[in-house]
Design a protein around this ligand. Structure first.
Ligand SMILES: [Zn+2]
Length: 242
């Protein structure tokens, strides 16, 4: 390869990297603005329609390791969603709906390594979200292609191979207000509470120390929530009356 074509490739790569960073920052800012506006709107509507059933939409995308079978079956994902739906309805009076037709998809294309093996700790945030993996997740989100007409903000669940937090294996990860997606491992999506727990994080709930609480970190958690958690969850941009 000649000097100029090498240079051209390097410039192309650099432009793409910068574009990923800019897109990542724009995504973060849009999420924060939308969340603040929706919390205010939900607060107002919540005063009028206090306690009435609300809706939350979920889209599920199943990944695979290079050359391997999908990480879980669509039936596994649907069963998990049904378990999460039961918890959401019971604890928050929020009804879960599948978003997209179909609402569960098995991805044929290869995912970037950082999308398949997700580092959940703060240290992994920028290299993932502002790199190829962030763009990959963003391009497969349910809902954003039809925005802003619908004002729905579905949560997209990606089933990935591994989630680590500072080297420890976790079952799932969410970035709260900053993203419209969560990631779960096959073990996480097949257990009883991790999907509902990560949806809780996506709706801005933080960890609790009480083991009986849905927001306890360990997978052997319970499903109880406090009145404040119920109020705060219902105010999220992902949870609406329509
Ligand atoms: Zn958690």
């Amino acid at each position: 390869m000649g000097f100029f074509s090498k240079l051209k490739n390097a410039v192309k790569k650099a432009v793409k990297a910068v574009a990923n960073v800019v897109k990542g920052i724009v995504r973060n800012i849009v999420r924060i603005v939308v969340e603040v506006i929706h919390r205010l709107v939900n607060l107002g509507l919540g005063l009028i329609f206090w306690g009435r059933e609300k809706k939350l939409r979920v889209h599920i995308v199943i990944l695979h390791e290079p050359g391997q079978a999908p990480l879980v079956t669509e039936q596994n994902a649907d069963d998990s969603f049904e378990r999460a739906k039961a918890i959401l309805k019971d604890k928050f009076n929020v009804r879960g709906y599948g978003f997209g037709k179909p609402h569960i998809t098995t991805l044929k294309e290869e995912a970037p390594d950082r999308a398949l093996n997700v580092e959940c700790g703060a240290g992994g945030y920028f290299t993932r979200e502002y790199g190829a993996a962030g763009s990959f997740f963003a391009s497969h989100l349910g809902g954003w292609n039809v925005l802003p007409v619908t004002f729905m903000y579905p949560i997209t669940v990606f089933v990935v191979a591994h989630v680590t937090h500072d080297g420890k294996e976790w079952r799932g990860c969410s970035w709260g207000i900053l993203a419209d997606y969560v990631v779960l491992t096959p073990t996480g999506i097949n257990d009883d509470t991790t999907l509902a727990h990560e949806i809780g994080h996506a709706c801005s709930l933080l960890h609790r120390d009480s083991k009986s609480n849905l927001m306890f970190h360990g997978w052997d958690r319970g499903t109880s929530v406090t009145g404040w958690q119920r109020f705060w969850f219902r105010g999220s941009r992902h949870v609406n009356f329509y």
